[in-house]
Design a binder for this molecule. Structure first.
Ligand SMILES: NC(=O)CC[C@H](N)C(=O)O
Length: 306
């Protein structure tokens, strides 16, 4: 345990180098020094820091809503609305909505995720949100709730996302109206979890969902993992793939999931899911302590997946 403890303690010091997100007012109240990590295998788990602390998923949810939409409509249909190509731009960038036939480049950027939100199964906003929360509840094994304060806070500061949604609608990529797509998207971003929940979400990918009641085709899980590897860490995804080498997804709340298909970390063996919460983020939007932790962890325990 000593090596892992050392990696955690070293990374915890890095929180000072980041800042909590403030563009969503409710996120600005997070404790910048918070840093919690959970690692789970099929048999065991290791936790560091305050593991019961709740926070919102933010962009981490994008992977799961994409999977629910693909499971429902089929891969080919979803690919008509959103591509699987990295952008190298920031997650909220609007510039490429005028290239590439106006199609969102991938479901990990806001444009793609808002499109996916409009495609979720269900007639109403409530049913669309429910389709994703149910999927997550099956993966985590407990009920999840939406943090209404964070949702409303972002909803009232959502000009940028609303602008993206209007462009998408004008170009024929939304299956619902702008407000509904936006509300579904923002409610999904506001799903509240702790790091152990995140670790279980990551373990789902590590095991290809094999022992879970959350059904998803293997092909969809593969696509989701490939997207995490190529686009999961915003416009730092290339560096993350090159220097850490794990499929991962982050959110501006400071959440990260990282997937170890087959590893040995202290007494954990085989598929391992990693969940991280460190709200002090860098300029790209990734948890500074989280990146520091995963960089050293991957190196010390030889986790590079390729
Ligand atoms: N990168 C993120 O986590 C972004 C999610 C956030 N809800 C937004 O749309 O801006």
């Amino acid at each position: 345990m000593k090596k892992l403890q050392g990696i955690y303690e070293h990374a915890a010091q890095m929180t000072a180098k980041g800042k909590v997100a403030t563009y969503i007012p409710a996120l600005a109240t997070a404790n910048p020094d918070a840093f919690a990590v959970s690692l789970v295998s099929m048999e065991d788990k290791i936790d560091f820091g305050e593991c019961t602390q709740l926070f919102t998923l933010q962009s981490v949810v994008k992977v799961f809503s994409f999977m629910v939409a693909m499971n429902h409509h089929g891969i080919e249909e979803i690919l008509r609305y959103v591509d699987v190509e990295p952008t190298g731009d920031s997650f909220d960038s609007i510039v490429r909505l005028e290239s590439h036939n106006n199609k969102p480049f991938n479901p990990m950027i806001n444009a793609g995720a808002i499109t996916v939100a409009s495609l979720l199964p269900g007639e109403t906003m409530y049913e669309k949100v429910k389709s994703v929360t149910l999927f997550l509840e099956q993966i985590i094994g407990k009920k999840v709730h939406i943090d209404n304060e964070v949702y409303l806070s972002e909803y009232h500061a959502a000009d940028y996302n609303r602008a993206i949604a209007y462009i998408l609608q004008a170009n024929g990529f939304l299956k619902s109206n702008v407000e509904e797509a936006l509300q579904v998207y923002l409610q999904l971003c506001s799903i509240s979890v702790n790091v152990e929940d995140l670790a279980k979400m990551a373990l789902y990918f590590a095991t290809n969902g094999e022992k879970s009641t959350a059904t998803c085709s293997k092909e969809v899980i593969h696509i989701a993992k490939a997207l995490m590897f190529t686009c999961g860490m915003y416009n730092a995804s290339g560096k993350f793939a090159a220097f850490i080498g794990l499929p991962a997804k982050s959110g501006v709340s400071g959440a990260i999931i990282a997937v170890v298909k087959n590893g040995a970390i202290e007494h954990l063996q085989g598929p391992i899911g990693i969940g991280i919460y460190g709200p002090a983020i860098d300029q790209v939007g990734n948890s500074v302590a989280g990146i520091a932790f995963l960089t050293q962890l991957s190196k010390e325990f030889d986790l590079f997946c390729l």
